[in-house]
Ligand binder design. Structure first.
Ligand SMILES: C[S@@+](CC[C@H](N)C(=O)[O-])C[C@H]1O[C@@H](n2cnc3c(N)ncnc32)[C@H](O)[C@@H]1O
Length: 380
């Protein structure tokens, strides 16, 4: 467990995350359900928190144990030397996920672990740390699968999709980690243009621009949980941060286009671009999908059309997906088009045969990234 880290991600993105971490760390990650294990000390912990575009939390395993009842769980957790991590002046919180026939109630597991930690620290220091659910010094993630209990420290704090480039959130905005993953799956090589013709607040094209200009994903984010810990090495963190910022290259010659039929959405895109010093680097336009008129012979197009869970108007949405299919057939020959869809019925209305489907989880929703390589003349 020493020097190991677990980087979590949305289900379905584990392999893509492993590829990314291999590039960041030059090591060999091990894929697991919901994340990837890597070997890493403090430097790697800082690097991943700064650099992963796909990972959601960087977790440090603290304690792993086998137990099949809460009293035994209490005893084992209490036997761990918690004062080497949490002092009486710190605050902490616990988030528990249970998938077990031995432990049915996650609240009881949380309570027992909390009591064990508090009792152990009080036994040694005659004082106890407080619980703070909103902004704790230490956030523990507990994962119970059958009788196997793993306790991690969340080193990131807020999830890593919080990049710091949004002031307002579009009501159907995509998670930036997911947007970054879609771009990686598309293998966009930056030599050909990139389009999102239903861009909303622009998460997909903004993530594409950050990638193209080598802007670290959390360039504008200041807070990470590890910064509040006694183990925080300010110099090492600043060195890692500087190294990532030195790679920014605003000269890269890339073409990224973002459009949407709602003017306010383009305002959100412009705001985020300003925050990232990328004003003017994405060509934005208010345009309905039926008037979409791409300017290049080849391109990668990734878009996330309305899907009906959050904006329900089925007949209109079916027409919209049919229009999207027609635009792809008629105006996007030789494009690699990727549609991120959460609604199978609507996706069928596109009327094109998919070459590949990636099944992904977006929060609790099942979704698919559908790949349509648009070829001349042959549509069904
Ligand atoms: C699911 S949202 C996209 C969210 C976006 N990926 C983000 O992260 O903010 C779908 C977008 O499609 C846009 N849209 C709906 N109908 C459209 C149409 N006919 N032409 C162009 N855009 C349209 C909506 O305004 C909305 O912003």
């Amino acid at each position: 467990m020493k020097d190991s880290l677990f980087v979590t991600c949305a289900r379905g993105l584990e392999d893509i995350l492993a590829e990314e971490l291999k590039q960041i760390l030059h090591s060999h990650p091990i894929v697991d359900k919901g994340g990837v294990h890597v070997h890493g000390k403090l430097k790697e912990l800082y690097q991943i928190n700064l650099l992963t575009r796909i990972g959601m939390h960087v977790l440090k395993p603290i304690l792993e144990l086998k137990s099949n009842n809460v009293n035994q769980l209490y005893d084992i957790v209490k036997s761990f030397n918690w004062t080497k991590i949490i002092t009486k002046n710190d605050t902490f919180s616990i988030r528990t996920r249970v998938n077990s026939s031995f432990f049915k109630n996650s609240n009881i597991v949380t309570l027992k672990i909390k009591d064990a930690i508090v009792d152990r620290i009080r036994q040694e220091t005659q004082s106890r740390p407080s619980i703070d659910k909103n902004n704790p010094t230490y956030q523990l993630f507990v994962n119970v699968r059958q009788n196997h209990v793993k306790i991690y420290l969340n080193t990131s704090g807020e999830p890593l999709y919080k990049r710091g480039y949004r002031t307002k959130i579009h009501r159907a905005a995509l998670n930036p980690c997911m947007a970054a993953a879609l771009i990686r799956i598309s293998n966009w090589d930056q030599k050909i243009p990139f389009y999102d013709p239903m861009c909303g607040s622009g998460t997909i094209p903004i993530e594409a621009a950050m990638l193209a200009y080598s802007i670290p994903p959390r360039y504008k984010r200041r807070s990470y949980a590890f910064k509040g810990w006694s183990s925080f090495d300010d110099n090492l963190f600043e060195t890692c941060k500087k190294q990532s910022i030195n790679k920014i290259n605003y000269e890269n010659d890339v073409s990224i286009y973002a459009s949407d039929n709602t003017p306010n959405n383009l305002g959100l895109v412009e705001n985020s671009l300003k925050i990232l010093n990328l004003a003017g680097k994405i060509k934005t336009e208010v345009k309905d999908i039926v008037d979409f008129s791409p300017v290049s012979e080849k391109a990668v197009l990734i878009t996330n059309p309305p899907h009906g869970h959050r904006m329900s108007r089925e007949v209109a949405l079916k027409r919209l997906y049919r229009n999207l299919g027609d635009v792809l057939k008629n105006k996007c020959k030789n494009y690699d088009a990727y549609i991120f869809s959460m609604n199978n019925v609507l996706s069928k209305c596109i009327g094109l045969r998919t070459k590949q489907k990636h099944i992904l989880k977006n929060g609790k929703l099942d979704c698919r990234l559908l790949y349509f390589p648009i070829k001349e003349g042959k549509f069904q």
